[in-house]
Each structure stands twice: as C-alpha cells, then as structure tokens.
Design a protein around this ligand. Structure first.
Ligand code: SF4
Length: 473
C-alpha cells in the first residue's frame, strides 16, 4: 500500500487483535489483512446474513438466563479499558456466579467471553471457572474449537484458572409444548476441553504470524479458491475476484480437486482446459459451452397432465420454537405460490402468505389443498416440497389421504433438467437462480416475489436448507 502523501510504502504499528480477527486470520491471512487495513473493500452482509447474526445475538441473550445471578459487563465493545476493569471487579466478587461478556486481554488479543461461570471458590478466595461459548448452531464444529482455543488462551494468559471449556448450543431434540421455553432442554452444554487444549498449543505461533503480516505494507498475495467459502463466506470475495475472466477456471462445477490440478498446470480459464482432461458430464457441458437438448425432453414434457400446477413453498426455521409440538429449527411452512397452467395456455396465479405471528401450518395446509384441487401434475423444483408435505402429514393425520394424493401428482423438474437440457448460461449450475433466467430470459429469479428464504420469513431462516435446494444438490 502506498502512502497517500509521498508514495512510499506505509508501515503499520502493531495492531491489537480480537477473537473474530484471529478466526479471520485462520481462514485467510489476506482476509485478516484487509479487515484491519482496508475494511471498506468488504461487501456488507445481505439481509439474510444479518438476520442470522441477529438470531445469534438473540440466542446469546437467552442463554444468559440459564445462569441465575450472572452479571453482564455493561461497557461496550469499544470501551476496552472500562470493560476490562469492570470484568476484573466482578471476578473479585465471590457472590457473583457468572459473568456475561467479560473482557480479557493477553498477548495483544482482546476477547469478550459469552459466559464465564464460577465453579469453585478455593482457599484464599481464588476461584476456578468454566468458560462457555454460546452458538445458535446445533452441534460442535471445528471452527468452534478454534474460537474456544483463542478465548481460553487469552483467559488463561490473563491469570484465570479454567476447569473446563464448553460449547453451549441448540439441542434439536427439544420438543416445545407450551408456555415458557425450557432453557435446560433447549440448550446443550458440551465440555470440549480436551479438543480445545490440543488446539491451544498452536495459538502463539499462529498469532505471531498474523502480527507479522499485519506490519507489511501490502496484503499477502493469496489466490481466491475454496478456502474463501469455509468456514464462512469471505466478504472480500467480490474484491479478490473482480479481475478474473468470465470463464475463470474456478467456475468449473463439481469437485474442486480437478480445478486445483488444472491451476497447477497454469490453466486459468475453462476454455483452456485440454480436450483430453477427464471431466464429469456436467463439467464437459460447461467446457463445450453449447446448448444441448436430449431427444427425449419433448416426450417427457408432453407427458404432463393439465392443469399443470407450478408450486413453490417457503418455510422458516426458528432456533427458538414458538408453537406447541415443534422443535428448534423445524421447518414451518409460511408461504406457497401456485401458477396453474391450463390446457388453453392461460395461467392463473394463486398464493398464500401467513402474515401473522401465529402457527402458520394448518392454514397453509388447508389453503394449499384447496388450490391444488384433485387433478393435474404438480411441478416442483427439487424434492423439498415432498419432504415438507410428508413431515406435515405426521403433524396433521386428518389430511393424510389428501397429502398422499398430492404426493402422487408431484413432478420434480430438477432431475429432468439435469438429465435432458443444458444452456451455457447455466454456467454448470442447476440452481433455479441460474436455470430460470436462462430458460425464460424475461423472468429472472430476482423478479420473483420470493427470492430467498431469508426474505420470505422476515429474515429468520437458516440458509443451509434453502441453498442446498437452490443449488439442486
Ligand atoms: S476472498 Fe479469499 S483470498 Fe480473498 S481475502 Fe477472502 S478468503 Fe482471502
């Protein structure tokens, strides 16, 4: 990076890190560098990402209620010194059983710990503690162990005695009935001390490498690839890929090992892939880059029975169950759209959107059964609608025979497209977002009333289910 005044390289003073910066650095040194020195290059989170972050905050606050008498460190995230002093005072008070958002600093890293619980008060008043990180996920993931390894490294370095390091996450086995949510059942606390101790050993070395790179005058040269998407989508993806060619080799679908092999051979675009390279069917179609129609496609499409219902259903998945007999993250249907194509060519649109905070399921089901009637195929894109209907049949046995009849009429367009049609505009993706604008150029996915789960539900949806559906996997 050049200095704005004299054009000479800028050098940076040592920078204090946080837990999230450390985790960014584990994903990619360039990401860490840009977050610290050029944060404006990041793409801001979209509405659904923000909703997931907000849901995490809501779950974090709820988790605190499980620790009676716990005290929140009120100083904000920018009030470093005040937060550390406030935490130190609370640590000294043996009457306080737990501290929320406690601030600790060591080795140039500041962390705010979700929950630190006093386990024992020994002779002389010194306490031992249990460090607990709260996540809205449903199981322990690798990234959580890294998260806890940096937190425990700092907390131990700051002089606390830790008896255990734990992850508190949502237990999807919890069946909510009514009234108050049972916090003991909603959350599961897993002791992951051993796995965290293993990882903590590598923290000093990793931190040292991060501190050195942050003093450099330029971001490290790191090529974007698979690491940009795991464990999180990197917000600098648009920046790092802005000069890549349209047919960049990374856009080759399927297993990315082949991409790595090709890049090592200096092949940077799909068009440059040598003809003798072993590719999957889809990869070959992407390389050939021409429209392809199977000879059977016409016959298959003509087998559909009118009236043809084009159905799309939307659900929300709430971490915190609100309706009796539901579990955390259970799919709750809130919306459907049915375009009814008549034999005359006329198309009639019917739709349902549950606009209240009440349980949407029964009204959703009743309206859908009426809209679908008893005749004609029901075209869907993926097996999602079928699995949803089967799940609802368990909840509403009175509709079981209607559901059975609906399932018999379902017709999944996704495998038909996969096996019988390809268009260069798919770019190797059978996601509805890629297929729709290619097949019907006048109608892009962005034109539809429902574009993503996160918008259909006011934001509280997990994208995992929706994305796997959209990608046709
Ligand atoms: S997009 Fe990829 S290469 Fe660029 S900063 Fe992010 S993780 Fe690193």
């Amino acid at each position: 990076m050049a200095d704005a005044h004299n054009g000479s390289p800028t050098t940076f003073a040592p920078h204090r890190l946080s837990k999230s910066k450390y985790l960014s650095g584990l994903q990619c040194h360039k990401r860490l560098y840009l977050e610290i020195h050029q944060p404006a290059l990041a793409t801001p989170p979209d509405a659904s990402t923000q909703a997931i972050l907000d849901m995490g905050t809501e779950i974090g606050i709820l988790a605190q209620q499980r620790f009676r008498g716990g005290v929140l460190v009120k100083s904000g995230f920018r009030q470093r010194e005040a937060a550390i002093a406030e935490t130190a005072a609370l640590l000294q008070d043996p009457k306080i059983p737990a501290i929320f958002e406690g601030a600790f600093e060591y080795d140039g890293v500041l962390v705010r710990v979700d929950i630190i619980e006093r386990v024992q008060i020994g002779e002389g008043g010194s306490s031992s503690w249990r460090l607990i990180e709260v996540k809205s996920s449903t199981r322990v993931k690798d990234i959580h162990l890294d998260d806890l390894s940096i937190q425990s490294y700092v907390v131990l370095g700051a002089g606390l005695r830790l008896d255990a390091t734990c992850l508190m996450h949502i237990d999807t086995g919890y069946l909510y009935q009514n009234g108050e949510v049972d916090l003991q059942a909603l959350f599961s606390i897993e002791d992951v001390s051993e796995a965290v101790t293993d990882r903590r050993g590598s923290v000093p070395e990793r931190l040292a490498a991060m501190k050195v790179l942050l003093l450099e005058s330029q971001a490290p040269k790191i090529e974007p690839d698979q690491h940009c998407h795991t464990p999180y989508e990197c917000p600098f993806w648009a920046h790092c890929t802005k000069e890549k060619p349209k047919r960049w080799i990374y856009h080759l679908p399927g297993k990315k090992e082949i991409v790595g092999q090709l890049v090592r051979r200096g092949i940077m675009t799909i068009d440059d892939i040598p003809d003798d390279t072993r590719l999957s069917d889809v990869q070959r179609k992407v390389k050939d880059n021409i429209e392809w129609v199977s000879p059977e496609l016409g016959r298959i499409l003509r087998s559909l029975n009118y009236p043809i219902h084009h159905l799309d259903a939307e659900t929300v998945m709430l971490a915190l169950p609100r309706f009796p007999s539901t579990r955390p993250y259970q799919s709750l249907p809130v919306q459907w759209s049915n375009h009814i194509e008549l034999e005359s060519g006329e198309v009639v649109h019917q739709e349902f959107l549950h606009g209240e905070a009440s349980d949407p399921r029964k009204r959703w089901v009743e309206a859908l059964i009426e809209s679908l009637g008893e005749t004609g195929n029901i075209v869907v894109y993926s097996a999602y609608e079928e699995s949803l209907i089967c799940q609802l049949a368990e909840t509403f046995p009175e509709f079981k025979s209607a559901f059975k009849a609906i399932v018999k009429r379902l017709w999944d367009l996704l495998p038909i497209i996969k096996n019988h049609y390809y268009h260069p505009a798919f770019n190797g993706s059978y996601s509805i977002k890629s297929v729709l604008p290619a097949v019907v150029p006048s109608l892009g996915y962005d034109d539809l009333a429902i574009q993503a789960g996160g918008q259909a539900d006011g934001g509280i949806a997990t994208r995992v289910e929706r994305e796997s559906r959209e990608s046709g996997t």
